[in-house]
Design a binder for this molecule. Structure first.
Ligand SMILES: [Zn+2]
Length: 258
């Protein structure tokens, strides 16, 4: 039994151990990842990062509890690929809000969303939730946690199913990676300068953008690179969980006392 994993512990254990200070909720997606990674990649990754971070934080005395993951994400722009499952952001926000109110009822007032899918965007929903609950919700997109070190670890980081994501999957679910099937992850550039520069945004239909849903060349991916990045990310998140666990919610939370 991993004492920080809600799916594995018992009522007896919870009664003896007491409630967690911080709950962690991984959120993934169900979508194709090029020709070589599984549909569940985003969920496997978010769960693996959450498990590593919670295990480390727990070892350091943090009262953390990993909640069961949400395995679906916002995927309207990948629905042209077979068996993509799209769940609206509105629906995800409702699930998150229901989980928040359950936690509040139990007296768990800190929740960290560990998002594993770029199409999920919880910021608006969390702003709407502010003021309606005592629970403080934090949002982490795990792949961005170590972005200052990406260039040291990877030759061509890539985006969806590229070198970084493929390396991470090779580290956590090597039996589900089929690098021999991968294409080069080439994508079609935008037609407009504003979109190329990034100051204008639009949703990207991935059947137009990509060849087979992959974005970025995975050919240089290795399990060792994935392990390095995972360790870095898990360490940083574990530090955050530990200080969250130790910090009481007072009038100035989450800011410094001046
Ligand atoms: Zn992914």
């Amino acid at each position: 039994m991993r004492k920080w994993c809600l799916s594995e512990v018992t009522l007896k254990h919870i009664r003896e151990q007491g409630l967690a200070e911080v709950a962690v909720l991984p959120i993934g997606a169900c979508e194709p990842h090029g020709l070589h990674l599984p549909y569940g990649a985003d969920t496997y990754e978010a769960v693996a990062v959450a498990e590593r971070a919670c295990a480390l934080a727990y070892k350091r005395g943090a009262k953390v509890m990993l909640l069961p993951a949400i395995p679906y994400g916002v995927d309207s722009n990948l629905l042209s690929f077979p068996m993509t499952i799209h769940v609206k952001q509105e629906t995800l926000n409702k699930i998150v809000s229901d989980i928040v109110f359950s936690l509040e009822r139990h007296g768990v007032y800190k929740l960290v969303l560990l998002n594993g899918h770029g199409g999920n965007d919880f910021a608006g929903g969390l702003r709407d939730l502010y003021g309606q609950t005592k629970v403080w919700v934090f949002l982490i997109n795990w792949w961005q946690v170590g972005k200052d070190k990406l260039g040291e670890i990877f030759e061509e980081v890539g985006d969806h199913a590229g070198e970084m994501e493929t390396s991470v999957c090779m580290a956590i679910v090597p039996q589900l990676v089929h690098l021999e099937d991968a294409d080069d992850g080439g994508v079609r550039p935008f037609r407009f300068e504003a979109l190329k520069k990034g100051w204008a945004w639009t949703t990207r239909p991935w059947e137009r953008l990509t060849k087979n849903s992959g974005h970025g060349n995975p050919s240089k991916a290795t399990a060792e690179k994935g392990e390095r990045y995972l360790n870095l990310v898990a360490e940083r998140i574990a530090d955050f969980l530990t200080s969250l666990s130790q910090t009481p919610i007072d009038d100035w939370f989450p800011f410094e006392h001046l």
